[in-house]
Design a protein around this ligand. Structure first.
Ligand SMILES: Cc1cc2nc3c(=O)[nH]c(=O)nc-3n(C[C@H](O)[C@H](O)[C@H](O)COP(=O)(O)OP(=O)(O)OC[C@H]3O[C@@H](n4cnc5c(N)ncnc54)[C@H](O)[C@@H]3O)c2cc1C
Length: 509
């Protein structure tokens, strides 16, 4: 149970000014998943005291951090948005600022702002079994602070904010132009009339290339190997038509389910009939690009669709940029940077004034904090993930991890609902602690993410794994997760509950 509500008398410390100490729940992170979690607590656990701390000075997470030209979602906003506050715009692919505004507006509409502290970065979290509490250390502009809470809810994303992944390129120090990582886009970077090479073939590269071409740059997309790239409409005509004829909530639900169904169907088809789907994707690319581009060389990956993430381009903007000559594409391995550009292993030289290293993220869980349980350091790499939301043998916590093959929020919202249900159940039964017992998972251990993308492989040793069967299996399937949420009880043999005064030793084998 997290039994005490704000209506009871409680001492207030209080670094959180006016909020109770200890809090029932502390949420870390004000991106899509943190604001989703806060809204769900407001809706389903109105008596719980909670606060949200965010390291940045603004709400939005990913959608506040990334400022490169053209920044946009690559999944539809009807499923990336919150189900309890549907995305209403006709554009189903939205740009970064619009998504950030949507997250901020949701926080305001739900009255979350008084409980959010911006510029507060969690540096450590210590669970004490005797007190059945987390003590959370924070760095703020005013110095270090501590907050105590019963339940710690990590919505801190999955990658490092302070730096992206940049491989070491020989000769980088000789390059006379500017090298930029998209994660830290300089406001003063002028690209008009300049030769810009974008290194990469993922979502960021395929977004940047047409956007920079639009801004008058002479762009070359340089990829080591091709990625599957699929064009989807930027605007949703069906949504607009339905909204004119049906009540808003019904139109929103229908459009959302259309996208859920579409992403499930296409993913399942790709996994079951990889050759067919591969052929279709490549044929579509060929039709969009015309004869001037060598599709076999630049758009035909060696792996099956969804072995790595499939990239989406709205209204085929990348294909148009390449077909019209506004941008070029090169495929090959980089030998070195030179003073005036890049030399490939093939000997080909590409001149550049600016090189953009769209080479990916550095994955990191737990928002960089040090987490301890009764003094013992928690290394996520040693743990399995219970229900896709709790690290094995770590009490009273949850973490928000989205899908890799569908919109992130679909899973994070299910997690938030599962957390609310768990908290309410604990309160009803007089439990103060819950802990998933990893010993119950059995022997099997598999990587959490089946993807073979570079950033996933690099992070594997530091990421939790998954078990071979539920509730330790991560499904990456919204329908299956939704069914499990509705059909299963929050009480299962793997999840142990304690009452006040009981300790983990009473239950941990
Ligand atoms: C460029 C880009 C485009 C993407 N496009 C899509 C897409 O189209 N569809 C999709 O499904 N997914 C996409 N993703 C994945 C995307 O990150 C998620 O969709 C989603 O925005 C993640 O939300 P989040 O709240 O879980 O994490 P984040 O957005 O990363 O937010 C985490 C927040 O936690 C804060 N935080 C971290 N550590 C601490 C700490 N120690 N103390 C306090 N605060 C902390 C951070 O400052 C941040 O505000 C994209 C990712 C990137 C990088």
């Amino acid at each position: 149970m997290l039994p005490e509500s704000e209506s009871r008398d409680r001492p207030t410390l209080n670094p959180l000014g006016g909020l109770p100490d200890p809090l029932d729940v502390l949420i870390v992170g004000a991106g899509l998943s943190g604001i989703d979690a806060a809204c769900r607590l407001t809706l389903h656990c109105p008596r719980k005291s909670w606060a949200l701390v965010e390291a940045r000075d603004r709400i939005g997470g990913t959608w506040d951090l990334f400022r490169y030209p053209g920044i946009r979602s690559d999944s539809d906003m009807h499923t990336l948005g919150f189900p309890f506050r549907p995305w209403q715009a006709d554009a189903s692919i939205a740009d970064g600022p619009a998504i950030r505004d949507y997250i901020e507006d949701t926080a305001s509409e739900f009255g979350l702002m008084p409980r959010i502290r911006l510029g507060w970065r969690v540096t450590r979290a210590d669970w004490c079994s005797r007190d059945q509490l987390w003590t959370v250390g924070l760095a703020t502009a005013e110095g270090g602070r501590k907050v105590r809470c019963r339940f710690l809810y990590l919505c801190s994303g999955y990658y490092r904010y302070d730096q992206g992944h940049t491989p070491v390129f020989p000769g980088a120090e000789d390059f006379r132009g500017r090298i930029v990582h998209p994660q830290h886009w300089p406001e003063d970077l002028e690209v008009k009339g300049r030769r810009v090479v974008v290194i990469g073939s993922g979502a960021t590269a395929v977004t940047l290339v047409p956007a920079l071409a639009d801004r008058g740059a002479m762009v070359t997309m340089l990829q080591r190997s091709p990625t599957y790239i699929v064009s989807r409409p930027r605007h949703d005509d069906l949504g607009a038509r339905l909204r004119r004829r049906l009540p808003g909530w019904l139109a929103a639900a229908l459009v959302r389910w259309k996208y859920i169904g579409w992403s499930l169907l296409t993913y399942q088809l790709a996994r079951r009939r990889p050759e067919t789907v591969k052929r279709r994707i490549i044929e579509a690319a060929r039709a969009a690009l015309g004869d001037g581009i060598d599709v076999s060389r630049h758009f035909t990956p060696t792996y099956a669709p969804w072995d790595q993430r499939v990239c989406l381009v709205p209204d085929g903007d990348l294909f148009t940029a390449l077909k019209t000559g506004a941008a070029e594409i090169a495929t090959g391995r980089i030998a070195r940077f030179t003073p005036i550009g890049i030399r490939l292993e093939s000997g080909e030289e590409i001149d550049a004034d600016v090189i953009i290293t769209a080479t990916g993220l550095e994955m990191r869980l737990l928002g960089g904090m040090e987490m301890r349980v009764d003094g013992a350091l928690v290394n996520p790499g040693d743990r399995l993930l219970y229900q896709g939301m709790m690290l094995g043998d770590v009490p009273n916590h949850a973490l928000a991890m989205g899908y890799v093959n569908a919109s992130w929020t679909l899973k994070c919202d299910l997690t938030a609902r599962a957390v609310c249900r768990l908290l309410n159940r604990m309160e009803r039964h007089g439990h103060t602690v819950c802990v998933p017992r990893q010993a119950a998972a059995g022997d099997g251990r598999e990587p959490l993410l089946g993807f073979a993308s570079g950033y996933v492989l690099r992070a594997r040793p530091h990421m939790p794994g998954q078990g071979s069967r539920p509730p330790w299996r991560v499904r990456q399937n919204y329908l299956a997760d939704l069914a499990a949420f509705h059909l299963s009880s929050p009480r299962d043999a793997a999840l142990a509950f304690l009452r006040p005064g009981q300790s983990l030793k009473d239950i941990t084998p």
